[in-house]
Design a protein around this ligand. Structure first.
Ligand SMILES: CC(C)(COP(=O)(O)OP(=O)(O)OC[C@H]1O[C@@H](n2cnc3c(N)ncnc32)[C@H](O)[C@@H]1OP(=O)(O)O)[C@@H](O)C(=O)NCCC(=O)NCCS
Length: 183
């Protein structure tokens, strides 16, 4: 069980659950083809963004295996993206992290700064043993973020997923709890 205290602050960011007032910001991010290019989903319509926001708002704690916590990433009160921590397995104490930012805010280290807090929640808060990051292997920026977080590239699966009309390679990065402690 993980029930964080919000907001979670870093030197430049604050992470907190989404609220109904974040709909426009979320839509502006998830409706963009460039943002969704390496994700499974197509760019979202306004209605889809509204449904997505409801799903995100419904989870503010990790209570059981399968729960996925998505937090808004804010700079000076403005929502610039979101980060995720999913509890993949109770038996294996496994989790997964992810991040999505508006392109206006790319390249400043924000995903790395926010991603580190999701690792902290997973390892120190939930007591996970292993956390992974999975991505389209063509997503260079995302792979770079996972590497900067100190995660190890463990796999590159060739053309194993049919995504948006093409066979995509998938890369898997991972970190163990003792590696997190020793970082
Ligand atoms: C992946 C993503 C979150 C990275 O956010 P970010 O805040 O720009 O990340 P950071 O600034 O912490 O680091 C990005 C790194 O990738 C590098 N990078 C960015 N684009 C790159 C590219 N096209 N080719 C090579 N490197 C690239 C940057 O130089 C930086 O590395 P550096 O610090 O060594 O210079 C952002 O690109 C994004 O939201 N993409 C769309 C959604 C997505 O694909 N999410 C990941 C799903 S697995």
């Amino acid at each position: 069980m993980l029930r964080p205290t919000y907001p979670i602050t870093t030197p430049r960011l604050a992470l907190r659950p989404f609220t109904p007032a974040d709909l426009d910001a979320l839509y502006k991010i998830q409706s963009r083809p460039d943002v969704m290019e390496h994700l499974y989903e197509q760019p979202r319509t306004a209605d889809e963004a509204r449904e997505t926001l409801q799903r995100y708002m419904a989870v503010t704690a990790l209570e059981k295996e399968g729960d996925a916590l998505r937090l808004a990433v804010t700079v000076d009160g403005q929502v610039i993206g979101h980060v995720m921590l999913e509890w993949l397995s109770e038996a294996n104490r496994g989790g997964e992290i992810g991040f999505v930012l508006h392109p206006d805010h790319h390249g400043r280290g924000y995903a790395t700064e926010a991603g580190r807090e999701m690792l902290r929640l997973g390892f120190d808060g939930l007591g996970l043993h292993r956390i992974i990051g999975r991505l389209d292997a063509a997503n260079t920026a995302s792979g770079r973020v996972l590497a900067k977080l100190g995660m190890r590239k463990e796999a590159h699966f060739v053309k194993n997923e049919w995504v948006k009309g093409r066979w995509a390679d998938e890369a898997v990065y991972a970190m163990l709890a003792d590696e997190w402690s020793a970082r």
